[in-house]
Design a protein around this ligand. Structure first.
Ligand code: SAH
Length: 487
């Protein structure tokens, strides 16, 4: 194969989708010999990863980084569009870091996500393909894959001409794309953002500059309760307050549904968006939303699932997999504001929730109280510390353990404690199928059997996918008989 060089333009047929949603095509000495069968993957030639190219497209792409066996290229022209290519709703879909696959037909997106989960379980989890096909149920898709997000965090800054802007970060950078009308978010956010920008301009309020650490407004957080219509605005500020706060309040309270306006202080030089302390400027310090019949109070710092419609389906599955009869003690690890815990509490004897963010546990306790749920207890702390402590010191037991960790998955100590506790069932809710596969391998090697796997699409147009799994304790019949006879 002739030596490929940077900036060279190549023509490719895109025949696969990479884990980050990019199109993959192969270059061979003779284009006619491109092999499209999976079994011959390694012989398919020189792989070229093209961001924004859709599987099935024939494209012209410019090589931007050439490695020994593969290259990255920029999409220059779609020569022949794929039958899976659709018209994206957002004009910024290519630059913006929020969406990766808006140009891919939604049903094909679902297929891609299902395959991603399946491949990770096989490759990282070490499960057989035929076994995964048996236990995996079809992905739960969205009926309306646009405008599903109840939360957005908009960075505030300046464009090249020094104009104040807000929007989203471009992919893999911190340069802001001035887009206040995201196709995944609540349409009403646009008006709120314009009011805030107008307030900032007329009161000479500066935006934070990452390079120098100067300036005030870093981010604007907007959250909406889809069922209640309540809106929260939280200004994340490099300081304790804002000039003329009353002017901001006066502007925002004209928006129907405005419920909570606050200022969060973050003076650190960090990528973490929110700081530790929040001051309420107007209204309540939280908004409320409902999932099924349960009301949740949500503070600015607390985690709450961003897609409430799919969350209802996700939690419904977690509850179904938990198989509760009313007699069980259940641990809900990484419980956030107690969303899954309170769902479980309606069907369990007792639920114990653990979460690292103190404010979220405050919300969880309050959520139990306002819903009249008395059989849920919450602990602030790391799951990998609280669970062993409660198990070893207080001999707590659980028939069912539910985990819903962040992307990095469960801590090893947490997994080994679960294995010592030997619950009948483990329900694993995951937002990263690679760490899920890694953890399932450990649990299955420790005496559990994977019974069910079901992906749920919570994040249309992105490459993320949520997965719910049921694991069941292996009861070895022979082993059991032997023990009984020995006694
Ligand atoms: N089950 C909840 C939250 C899931 S998100 C829901 O569905 O709403 C994961 C949660 O884990 C976050 O709230 C995060 O703050 C928390 N977390 C992160 N690391 C943790 C740890 N080591 N121990 C306990 N909680 C942790």
């Amino acid at each position: 194969m002739a030596q490929l060089i940077k900036n060279e333009t190549v023509v490719l047929e895109i025949i696969d989708i990479g884990t980050d949603g990019e199109g993959i095509g192969f270059l061979t000495e003779n284009e006619e010999h491109v092999d499209k069968t999976d079994t011959l993957k390694s012989n398919r030639g020189f792989a070229v990863f093209v961001k924004d190219a859709v599987v099935g497209d024939v494209v012209e792409a410019k090589l931007v980084k050439v490695k020994k066996n593969y290259a990255y290229a920029r999409l220059e022209k779609v020569i022949k569009p794929s039958s899976f290519r659709v018209e994206p709703r957002c004009q910024f879909h290519r630059q913006c870091g929020g969406c990766q696959i808006q140009a891919l037909d939604y049903n094909k997106q679902l297929e891609f996500k299902e395959n991603k989960v399946k491949n990770n379980l096989i490759r990282i989890g070490g499960f057989d393909e035929s076994f995964i096909e048996q236990v995996m149920e079809p992905i739960v898709g969205m009926e309306e894959p646009y405008h599903y997000r109840n939360k957005a965090q908009y960075p505030v800054g300046y464009d090249r001409d020094g104009n104040l802007i807000t929007g989203f970060y471009a992919g893999r950078t911190h340069s802001i794309i001035a887009n206040t009308n995201c196709a995944l978010g609540v349409p009403g956010n646009e008006e709120i953002l314009q009011l805030i920008l107008a307030y900032m301009k007329s009161n000479h309020v500066s935006a934070y500059r990452e390079e120098t650490g100067e300036g005030l407004v870093r981010h604007i957080l907007i959250r909406t309760g889809f069922k209640t219509g309540q809106i929260m605005v939280c200004m994340i500020v490099n300081g304790k307050g804002l000039p003329n706060e009353q002017a901001l309040i006066d502007a925002l309270i004209k928006i129907p549904g405005m419920t909570s306006i606050s200022i969060n202080t973050n003076t650190e030089n960090t990528n973490v968006i929110m700081g530790k302390s929040t001051r309420t400027l107007w209204g309540t310090s939280y908004i409320e939303d409902k999932i099924r019949d349960i009301t949740f109070r949500i503070s600015p710092q607390s985690f709450y699932q961003v897609n409430p419609v799919q969350t209802e389906k996700l939690y419904g599955l977690a509850l179904e997999y938990a198989g509760l009869t009313g007699k069980e003690n259940v641990w809900d690890l990484y419980c956030g504001i107690g969303t899954i815990s309170l769902f479980l509490a309606t069907k369990a004897k007792k639920v114990y929730g653990v979460e690292i963010v103190p404010q979220a546990i405050e919300d969880a306790k309050e959520n139990a109280r306002i819903n009249g749920i008395t059989n849920a207890e919450f602990y602030v702390g790391k799951a990998e510390e609280v669970l062993p402590e409660q198990y070893e010191k207080n001999q707590v037991y659980a028939e069912v353990i539910v985990v819903d960790p962040p992307r990095k998955g469960c801590d090893e100590v947490c997994l080994s404690t679960m294995l010592k506790m030997q619950p009948e069932r483990i329900v694993y809710v995951s937002c990263d199928s690679a760490t899920l596969a890694r953890d399932l391998k450990i649990l299955c090697e420790g005496g559990y059997e994977l019974k069910k796997v079901r992906p749920v699409d919570q994040f249309g147009h992105t490459t993320h996918v949520e997965t719910v799994c049921l694991l069941s304790k292996l009861h070895e019949a022979k082993h059991h008989v032997k023990i009984t006879l020995d006694r």
